[in-house]
Design a protein around this ligand. Structure first.
Ligand SMILES: Cc1cc2nc3c(=O)[nH]c(=O)nc-3n(C[C@H](O)[C@H](O)[C@H](O)COP(=O)(O)OP(=O)(O)OC[C@H]3O[C@@H](n4cnc5c(N)ncnc54)[C@H](O)[C@@H]3O)c2cc1C
Length: 444
């Protein structure tokens, strides 16, 4: 069963109507309401949260997405109701699999502490061949990430733009660091196995990784929209309300007829926005498949994100023993392993076979007795962002008409939340109302 439904009678007028109760629409509602504006959020589905959905199966909380968040997402930390206690951290850096072994890398330190760690590591057992496990490589990597963490957004967005793959090969990094660390990490962070994404978007993602810790929301991805919705005044969000036609001052819904407003915000996701507003561009999308398994015993007693450093090693882009990261997702101390496959998957049986074989290699344990709990495929999981990409695409189409969502920013939860904030501020400016909450930061 998917998460909480929000049903209430739909008043037929508001200052602002928002179409879509994903995190972008819910965030925009907060910023508008805190400035004193009346808002109705209309959601077609029987549940809120859009792509950030969690379902319950036999007591397991299973995300339909394979959400990787970061404690560096400024919008996430300032989201109403989402205090730090609701975030569950992965262990620092990532765990890379190479040559039949796992080793931790990418934990960020200052350049100085990275170099002293290198001296200590030099006397440690030899790392796997071909990876980034060498002491000096580790130190260089940590120092490079440490430097990236300090670069302001404006400078990152002013860098020349190429595909992520071209940028990686052109930056003079050792091939073993590119192939053994950056490729698998960026593929996972961008949901883009071919690294066709704009290098600026990749730089933002890497900087986010360098600045914070990877994390998930306690209880599943749906916790974030649920907390956002719970902090809104009662009666703001209307589920089971599908907008079929839209003009600035009036929307038509299948279930409740017409609703009038002074301003209209599309927070529907790129394709649905283009269906209601012909002329809006529909981007290409990166497909993602999320698989959940349970095992008799935990294959890894570490809340780590595990990546394969060996190119072509198998279909799994990233995997984690999610019950170690967030025990509340598995009932009675049971084990939950969540994994992501990027791109268009093969037929179900073939995928399952290939994933089990790959997981057996990654975790170094047989997976024949693992039980599959759920497989979710989303062919339009995240909008593709090849160069040139404007990471701050305008959210104001004209006075009274606005659009937000990850497709107007960067394709992450941070991008969706920030676009919601940008849209709210554009609406308030046109209505001549001062923002009630913190002013829009110059960059996030
Ligand atoms: C498999 C997968 C993996 C992902 N991995 C990550 C990750 O690791 N890290 C990360 O940060 N992000 C990740 N994302 C992306 C993240 O989930 C999205 O960026 C974010 O949820 C987008 O929020 P949104 O509000 O812009 O859009 P959505 O969540 O798509 O919300 C749009 C809402 O509008 C509603 N709607 C559409 N049409 C209508 C209509 N006509 N009337 C009323 N309502 C309508 C929809 O039902 C939906 O609820 C992933 C997404 C997927 C699917």
């Amino acid at each position: 069963m998917l998460s909480t439904a929000h049903r209430s009678r739909t008043p037929h007028t508001a200052d602002v109507v928002i179409i879509g109760a994903g995190i972008a629409g819910l965030a925009a509602a907060h910023h508008l309401i805190s400035a004193g504006v009346t808002v109705r959020v209309l959601e077609a589905a029987p549940y809120i949260g859009g792509r950030m959905a969690t379902e319950e199966v036999d007591g397991f909380r299973l995300d339909r997405t394979s959400q990787l968040l970061s404690t560096s997402y400024a919008e996430l930390l300032s989201a109403p109701g989402l205090e730090a206690a609701s975030l569950r951290m992965f262990s620092p850096g990532v765990l890379l699999h190479s040559d039949g072994r796992q080793y931790r890398t990418g934990a960020v330190r200052s350049a100085r502490s990275a170099l002293s760690a290198a001296r200590a590591l030099a006397s440690a057992p030899r790392p796997p061949l071909g990876g980034t496990g060498g002491a000096l490589d580790q130190a260089r990597l940590a120092a490079a990430l440490g430097r990236l963490a300090t670069v302001p957004t404006a400078r990152l967005l002013a860098r020349s733009e190429r595909t992520t793959l071209d940028a990686l090969t052109g930056r003079g990094l050792p091939a073993r660091t590119v192939d053994g660390f950056f490729r698998p990490l960026l593929a996972a962070l961008l949901c883009d196995p071919d690294l066709t994404t704009s290098s600026r978007v990749a730089d933002l993602a890497l900087r986010g990784f360098a600045r914070g810790r990877l994390c998930v929301t306690a209880g599943g991805a749906a916790t974030l929209p649920e907390l956002l919705a719970a902090a809104l005044p009662e009666g703001t969000v209307h589920t089971d309300t599908c907008v079929t036609d839209a003009a600035i001052n009036c929307v038509t819904t299948k279930e409740h007829g017409e609703i009038t407003s002074r301003s209209l915000l599309f927070a529907t996701g790129a394709r649905a926005a283009a269906e209601l507003l012909p002329g809006l561009r529909v981007p290409a999308f990166h497909p993602v498949t999320t698989l959940h398994h349970t095992a008799p015993v935990s294959p890894l007693a570490d809340p780590a994100l595990l990546l394969d450093a060996e190119p072509g090693g198998g279909p799994v882009a990233h995997t984690a023993v999610m019950s170690e990261v967030d025990p509340s997702r598995a009932p009675g101390g049971r084990v939950l392993i969540s994994s992501a496959v990027l791109g268009t998957p093969p037929p179900a049986a073939e995928l399952e076979r290939a994933v089990r074989a790959h997981l057996a290699k990654l975790y170094g344990t047989p997976t024949d007795d693992w039980e599959t709990l759920a497989v979710h495929h989303d062919p339009e999981a995240v909008p593709a962002m090849p160069p040139p990409h404007d990471a701050r695409r305008t959210v104001r189409l004209l006075a009274g008409l606005y659009v937000c969502g990850d497709h107007r920013d960067v394709n992450t939860a941070q991008g969706a939340l920030f676009s919601g904030r940008r849209a709210a501020h554009a609406i308030l400016a046109d209505l001549g109302v001062k923002p009630g909450a913190a002013a829009l930061p110059a960059a996030a």
